[in-house]
Design a protein around this ligand. Structure first.
Ligand code: ATP
Ligand code: MG
Length: 448
């Protein structure tokens, strides 16, 4: 017996009191059966959209989906989507159903849903309505299309990435027939809006099964990010690296904390390794400049995928700096902080750790293990932040423009120049971030 939260129960009761069928459906049933707390609850009903609107006239309604039969009702427990039983008709463009057809029967509504584990509803007595074996697949950890996979992926190619996303998120396997079909039909993804592709990709990357899914379904990933294809099988000819670049990247994804920025960074961090590759006289492979070059490539990829600007800029900053040595002195750390800021330095520490997760420790006895270098950098960061008047930007100097003007400096570019010079000295460690010392140094600079 599965329980339904009160705010959902209230809506179900209102629909049923009006003479309609109504069921919690899809992800919330799946998550409840798995013992997880559903992120949101969806309801399907025999009530036509106009009836749903009438029944919930006292609520705030969000009506963006009415054409497809969805009315969203704002309750004290959050937004609940109520969708009229429907089939999706045909999909001439492989993206949007040409028209939806409302149907009288729950079973038909369940049949249009993507995967068996997403095609279950909850009956009023708390039992599960499961015509496609969703519970069995849930128990065995399997993502399987409802119906014939080829047909379903042709109807809506986004399901190809949704299958990967659910496999990563739930840490499930994809049924062999479904898996073979989605790889075979991957070119259909070209027709899907990039923002929808990106949204599924992000969901995939933060899942606990991300690395495995990326490896198993690499051709699908290369369909949406062709730049990564050159990584597969790319032998680094470097004693630190035992895996090819693609395998390494997928392992680095798993090793990073499950946040979109960090996982996107690890997915793309070595994208420029193949174009930057050269071997030295000893036959050892190197990739000088692959951080900067990789950041440029990632910028292009993420723009194409309609990634939001904040994420794109941060991912590119991290990629551009992922191949520098973790700062080993307070001065080097202050410089990095001044260059990228505190948040990005913390993220870089996570990226460096993820990047060396599969690295073989060097053959040369003189090499310091990466873990040690990263640990030292982290300790220095902590000490700097705990120390007196930490200063990693002009703004956090212990003096400001008004102080400089008060010294008799003329209003204009000279003020900014002096502040920048002071900041450079603080970063360098030649001046403390203390008001008196800064004012004294500024007075000297004023004369120049
Ligand atoms: P999540 O917890 O990740 O949101 P979810 O199962 O709720 O998982 P949604 O994308 O919110 O996923 O979709 C809700 C339900 O609608 C799904 O469970 C599935 O039944 C159905 N569905 C969504 N998108 C599709 C699609 N492209 N094709 C078929 N059915 C779909
Ligand atoms: Mg959902």
């Amino acid at each position: 017996m599965l329980s339904v939260p009160a705010h959902v129960d209230t809506l179900l009761a209102a629909l049923r009191a009006a003479g309609y069928e109504a069921y919690p459906v899809g992800g919330c049933v799946r998550d409840s059966l798995m013992g997880r707390v559903p992120a949101d609850w969806d309801i399907c009903t025999s009530a036509p959209p106009a009836e749903t609107e009438r029944i919930f006239a006292g609520y705030r309604l969000v009506e963006t989906g009415v054409k497809h039969g969805t009315v969203a009702v704002l309750t004290e427990g959050g937004l609940v989507e109520i969708t009229t039983f429907r089939t999706d008709g045909t999909y001439a463009d492989g993206r949007h159903p040409d028209r939806v057809t409302f149907v009288p029967d729950l079973k038909e509504d369940l049949a249009r849903r993507d995967f068996t584990v997403n095609a279950m509803a909850l009956a009023p007595d708390g039992t599960v309505i499961d015509p496609f074996g969703g519970r069995e697949d849930l128990r065995s950890g399997i993502i399987r299309c409802v119906g014939d996979p080829d047909t379903r992926f042709h109807e809506d190619a986004l399901r190809i990435l949704r299958a990967l996303r659910f496999a990563a998120k739930l840490d499930f396997e994809i049924d062999p027939a479904t898996g073979a079909s989605l790889v075979e039909n991957r070119a259909l993804l070209d027709r899907i809006a990039r923002e929808r592709v990106f949204s599924e990709l992000k969901g995939l990357l933060v899942g606990p099964g991300a690395g495995r899914v990326l490896r198993e379904y690499a051709p699908v990933i290369f369909q949406v990010i062709p730049e990564l294809a050159a990584e597969e099988g790319f032998d680094q000819r470097n004693p630190h690296h035992v895996h090819d670049v693609w395998t390494h990247s997928t392992m680095a994804v798993d090793a990073a904390p499950p946040e979109p920025v960090l996982r996107l960074t690890m997915l793309l961090h070595d994208v420029a390794k193949p174009p930057c590759f050269f071997t030295d006289e000893a036959g050892v492979g190197h990739f000088y400049g692959h951080g900067e070059r990789g950041a440029e490539m990632a910028d292009g990829i993420l723009r194409r995928l309609r990634c939001d600007n904040d994420t794109r800029e941060r991912v590119c900053l991290l990629i551009a700096n992922h191949d520098i040595c973790p700062p080993q002195t307070p001065r080097a750390m202050r410089r990095l902080l001044a260059k990228v800021g505190e948040d990005a330095v913390r993220q870089l520490l996570a990226c460096w750790r993820a990047d060396c997760a599969d690295r073989v420790q060097a053959v040369l006895a003189t090499d310091t293990p990466w873990e040690t270098l990263i640990g030292t950098a982290e300790r220095i960061l902590t000490e700097l932040l705990a120390g007196p008047a930490p200063c990693f930007s002009v703004k956090s100097l212990a003096v400001n423009g008004r102080d400089i003007l008060a010294l008799g400096v003329e209003k204009g570019p000279a003020v900014g120049r002096i502040l920048n010079e002071l900041f450079a000295k603080v970063v360098d460690g030649t001046l403390p971030n203390q008001r008196e010392a800064l004012l004294e140094a500024a007075s000297e600079m004023r004369g120049k």
